[in-house]
Write a protein that binds this ligand. Sequence first.
Ligand SMILES: Cc1ncc(C[n+]2csc(CCOP(=O)(O)OP(=O)(O)O)c2C)c(N)n1
Ligand SMILES: [Mg+2]
Length: 579
Amino acid sequence: MSLTSQNAAQARPSASEEVDLDELCINTIRTLAMDAVQKANSGHPGTPMALAPVAYALWQQFLRYDPKEPAWPNRDRFVLSNGHASMLLYALLHLAGVKAKDGPAVSLDDIKLFRQLDSKCPGHPEYGMTVGVETTTGPLGQGCGNSVGMAIASRWLAEHFNRPGFAIFDYDVYTLCGDGDMMEGISSEAASLAGHLRLGNLCWIYDNNHITIEGHTDLAFGDDVGARFRAYGWHVEHVKDANDIASLDKAFAAFCSRTDAPTMIIVDSHIGFGAPHKQDTAAAHGEPLGADEIRLAKRNYGWPEEAQFLVPEGVRKHFDKGIGQRGAKHRQDWTKLMAAYRVEHPTEARQLDQMMAGEVPVGWDADLPKFAADPKGVASRDSSGKVMNAFAPHYPAFVGGSADLAPSTKTRLTFDGAGDLEPGTLGGRNMHFGIREHAMGAVVNGMVLSGVRASGSSFLIFSDYMKPTIRLAALMDLPAIHVFTHDSIGLGEDGPTHQSIEQLCGLRAIPRLVTLRPGDANEVVEAWRVIVGLKHQPACLVLSRQALPTLDRSRYAPAAGVARGAYVLADAKPGSSTR
Ligand SMILES: Cc1ncc(C[n+]2csc(CCOP(=O)(O)OP(=O)(O)O)c2C)c(N)n1
Ligand SMILES: [Mg+2]
């Protein structure tokens, strides 16, 4: 389909027209994406081309983000759930001048190395690889789930650290997502939870372009997304043209004015906007446009047709005048506020520093139990519950949680003041994920990305529902925690549907994931000691429903051997070999 005449008119500035800096910036994003995909000879040009004005309006006018301090704790978060549109994010990071320790987060040379081995611009955004990437995205729906965790964390941190006159935490979370994200079940689970928790600090922007890889969405998707989200308790805005900056501004302003519900902004867009033969087609989704089509698209934008990786004079400066200066002011005001907070609330400030550094308070393990030898013993889920309730009071950043199975997984924190994380009391220490395991994994990841040491729990068999989120935690080096109980035939009479067989092997096969299955109550203590101490790895603690004998440690090796992964409990007597 060719460019509509109306769009074409918008895209071509007349000679007499004053240079429109907004449009120049937007077209710079578009052309960088087109050129990078073409040079790499693979990638996804169409969505960055379509969403450039949306991302530009958000970053330039609304996002409270200081490119010079991209890790500032109260920054608004921007999540690209449709991670295939990664060039959109890399172009923004470059043009906004986001800084890493040793130079720009993304230089023009980095963009030229898009999709190459060890590039700062990998095919899909990778947390830890590129400064400014808030979470790893690519498996569709995950970013949506993470963003709910980030928004919960914003409210949780506010409840714990804000004091009268000190709004230390009030950040918002923006997520760009597409048809794929809307079709994946995880985003429905996450949206339902966000609506229930009335997360007024969460905004999803849905790229309603009617195109996925196989063609028009009519092939497989007929949802009324707006109606769906209204039913989840969200506020819904509709922008009918992705190029209409004024309408986008209005929609973002409507989000900013609401505190009682998350906002979904549906944006109608044209994938491959401006490419005469590829706009509105699946061909614009995931392959280079080709040199001829790029030339024609550039012509439509009023762009020098032969120029590549062009950042025209004034573009970086314009970003600096917008997000740069606005973001710096927000961050400087916050830094001043934080300095006064340190004087008025030194204990809380110290605790906050510790949390943000991912450190565990000294003395967290002061009350860990010791279990006496007992042939009858105790189920490891029960000893684990005791251990959690022994350390959690000394570890304020730790949040327990379950997908509606806390009475079975024994993960409920019962000490005074632990409280529930519920609508209206988002600072509670017991998170109720509901029966939404997939979202639970993604929400835990989002919370951990925000400094909260969140954990989830379910039966081991249902770890299958969460596998993508666990492996993403491992890819991101996140110390997320999951407690999985009912690990064996001792689970009872539920039958084969609840019987885990290959789940343990599956978890153990995930690189960097720590999977511990303690054999008695004192090993449970030691397993928790290992897990709490992890800073860059996720962990699964696998536990029994049935009692396990508590071993006599005066006869056997100390349970502290768990920290080595395996240890000799008791050596065979010399000469006792059966061989
Ligand atoms: C869980 C998952 N399944 C499949 C894919 C492969 N995939 C990548 S993009 C895409 C189509 C996405 O369509 P849409 O979200 O509408 O993106 P658009 O083409 O509009 O940018 C698919 C199926 C994936 N990345 N993640
Ligand atoms: Mg689409």
